[in-house]
Design a protein. Structure first.
Length: 299
């Protein structure tokens, strides 16, 4: 009571870290769709010993100790450990607004700053892997020899990705009813977005070569999807092919980087390339742009 009178503020009841975590999960339910990694990160935080600690009594040393322990025991890499700090900050921002809790944001920020300085945590490394011409030729030849017996037309899907810069998950949920071959566009639901994925319906440009790949896909009866396959199976088929051919450090997602770079090399402007990739800012789009110096034309 003396502390309340001195500060003119009501002292909040004790609250564990686990309570704001539960609130954060409940608030997001039926509102926003989380990715698999975020779901796993939040679930791990809920199961960790940190969930039992008093939220307003967290210290810089406590947070740093937890993160260093995870790194030392091999439970997480620098980028995954950084995610813990990011999600905790969001959790406490929500608790501050929803519960009126004095969120330990300064403690989190100080711990994060020191962990970044000492490289215990780090932002994920940006990939700059380009698909080499000989690698593309070998992969296409490999898929051409197998697709006749396989259920997934991996060759067509790979070429489609290189023409549209679409992710494998997006390719596998493109609908026939959402494509306009006359205008050369396709609508896509729930496009990836840092804050709003659910209900984010966007239209992207489809070049003639990509449209031809779509039109040659068999459409039986009232088939809904252009490429009606499990996206993980597509990724697994691509990875297997790379292993068989001895192509190292190449992921299906690298095709999105390759497609974006090719669009710039063909002379499309930033605003035009964004009509393919659906990026909203150059700051994000440039992460997918890896131009070859020899492809910069002399003007």
């Amino acid at each position: 009571m003396d502390q309340e009178r001195a500060s003119c503020q009501a002292m909040h009841k004790k609250i564990s870290v686990g309570e704001p975590l539960r609130d954060y999960v409940s608030a997001a339910e039926y509102v926003t769709e989380w990715g698999r990694s975020k779901k796993a990160d939040i679930a791990r935080l809920q199961a960790s010993g940190r969930a039992d600690l008093q939220a307003t009594k967290l210290t810089v040393q406590n947070l740093m100790g937890y993160t260093k322990k995870r790194r030392k025991e091999g439970e997480a890499g620098p980028a995954t450990a950084l995610n813990d700090m990011v999600w905790l900050r969001q959790v406490f921002l929500h608790a501050s607004a929803a519960r009126g809790v004095d969120a330990p944001l300064q403690v989190l920020d100080r711990a994060k700053s020191e962990l970044l300085r000492t490289r215990v945590i780090a932002k994920p490394a940006q990939r700059s892997r380009r698909l080499l011409p000989e690698e593309e030729a070998r992969l296409l030849e490999h898929f051409a020899s197998r697709d006749g017996r396989a259920s997934i037309p991996t060759r067509d899907i790979m070429q489609f990705a290189l023409l549209t810069a679409r992710r494998q998950e997006e390719i596998c949920r493109l609908r026939w009813d959402d494509v306009d071959f006359e205008k050369g566009v396709e609508w896509l639901d729930d496009v990836k977005h840092p804050r709003m994925k659910k209900g984010n319906r966007r239209c992207f440009r489809v070049l003639k070569a990509a449209a031809e790949l779509m039109m040659r896909q068999p459409r039986q009866g009232s088939a809904e999807f252009v490429f009606p396959f499990n996206n993980r199976s597509v990724g697994a088929a691509f990875t297997r092919a790379c292993n068989v051919l001895g192509i190292e450090d190449l992921h299906f997602h690298d095709l999105r980087h390759e497609a974006t770079s090719r669009l710039f090399e063909k002379g499309y402007s930033i605003q035009e390339v964004a009509q393919f990739t659906l990026h909203e800012s150059w700051a994000t789009l440039k992460r997918y742009t890896h131009l070859r110096p020899e492809m910069v034309v002399e003007r």
